[in-house]
Design a protein around this ligand. Sequence first.
Ligand SMILES: C[S@@+](CC[C@H](N)C(=O)[O-])C[C@H]1O[C@@H](n2cnc3c(N)ncnc32)[C@H](O)[C@@H]1O
Length: 250
Amino acid sequence: MTDISTASMKRLWEESFAEQIALGAYNTSPVEALIRTVAYHLRGRYEGEVLSHLSFLEMGCGAGPNLVWLAQKGIRVSGIDIAANALDLARTNLERHGVGDRIGDLVEGSVDRVPFPDSSFDGILEACVFQHLDAETRARTFAEVQRLLKPGGVFVGYMLDRGHTAFQEKATQQLPYDPGSLHLADGSSKIHLTNIGLAHFFSKEEFNDLFQGFSVIDPCLTTYYLPQAEARKRGYDQYLQSMWTVYAVK
Ligand SMILES: C[S@@+](CC[C@H](N)C(=O)[O-])C[C@H]1O[C@@H](n2cnc3c(N)ncnc32)[C@H](O)[C@@H]1O
């Protein structure tokens, strides 16, 4: 059964993807900070090895650029996404890159209820997905990460930090019952996070709670300024993307 909040999240993201497809604006490049962190992890543990025995999941895989990168390393890849049109793109993208044979499962569903057994994965990735979940869904989702990873498995996530311009400008409007969260919606394009509904900006301290029991919890800050023309398009003079690349080992 699909609850109302899941149904509205699904509608929002399918609309966002429809707009991105129409404009040819969906993400086709792997998220650099994310895959570099995965590469450091693999390099330290599986030097020179064939990686086909590893199985990774991306939660909220979108059009699949991070999955393509993993599959090109030989890793078996699975993805879950709430938007059916995004999953279609992910499958096409993997096949177009000649790595369709490395697909495990691509399933439509929400990251807080993932239909795979406990300890299914050696690695789990997420990029710019967990930051759009409300507090309860967020807690269930991090519990899913804990459940789905094998002991020694790695999680790498890429999510908003409170130093981000969008947070700094509106910090006084944080939701009192969920500090760090803002409702951002200006009624225009759903391509940017400033119009995707709830956005949660994480503090470093939160990760210790969310990854309780992990042997490594290492959130690393990644910041860069957008080019000025792009910042102005979004209504700012300067726009700092401040993101956590969270590296955690179960
Ligand atoms: C900003 S996109 C990022 C896509 C991909 N991770 C990337 O790096 O290109 C966010 C993705 O998360 C998906 N998503 C949002 N909420 C979700 C949820 N509750 N469960 C599963 N997927 C979700 C959206 O449909 C979208 O594909």
